[in-house]
Design a protein around this ligand. Structure first.
Ligand SMILES: [Zn+2]
Length: 172
């Protein structure tokens, strides 16, 4: 693999790890010339997962694009690249479980927002403000509260296996 720092094609694999339940392998590499460390992914090429955009156009799914968006939202926050990579893995894993070949663009954004909300509020707000063009601050706050309630409910239901609490249901 060509080193992204010095372009020398001579490296050593430091660590290989299966991710996404074995659907991909993540390798940590070090350049033998300049000692730069980088990460590569090896994954099964599915008959290209396509993203269905809002206007109906199809676009090839790009891991890099998703990762860049999340990375940008986490800029200058105490969130490691490894953590960002793990979030991207979990989003892709979920998408593969839910969809066959075509993924609605909104599903990707929604999942990313869900993951970021439980990770860091600043990252969430940044991502949400780019991904959703909220018309007002109220609209945004409402959305955040709904998501937070949903993730709290999900956390609670995974902890207690008891019957659902009807009292928590929103009043119409
Ligand atoms: Zn190098």
């Amino acid at each position: 693999m060509k080193c992204p720092s010095c372009s020398e094609d001579d490296d050593k694999v430091l660590e290989s790890r299966a991710v996404r339940g074995g659907a991909a392998i993540r390798r940590r590499r070090v350049c033998n010339r300049c000692a730069h460390r980088f990460t590569t992914y090896e994954e099964i090429l599915r008959d290209s997962m396509m993203v269905v955009k809002r206007d109906g156009r199809l676009e090839e799914f790009s891991r890099a694009k998703l990762e860049n968006g999340i990375q940008r939202s986490c800029l200058k926050l105490p969130i490691s690249r490894q953590k960002v990579g793990a979030i991207v893995d979990s989003i892709i894993e979920e998408l593969e479980r839910r969809y066959e070949l075509e993924i609605p663009a909104q599903a990707i954004g929604d999942l990313a927002m869900e993951r970021l909300l439980s990770l860091d509020e600043v990252a969430y707000v940044r991502y949400a403000s780019i991904y959703r063009h909220f018309k007002s601050l109220e609209e945004f706050v409402r959305e955040a509260q709904t998501l937070r309630k949903a993730s709290a409910a999900a956390a609670a239901s995974s902890e207690k296996t008891a019957a659902t609490d009807e009292a928590d249901a929103p009043k119409p």
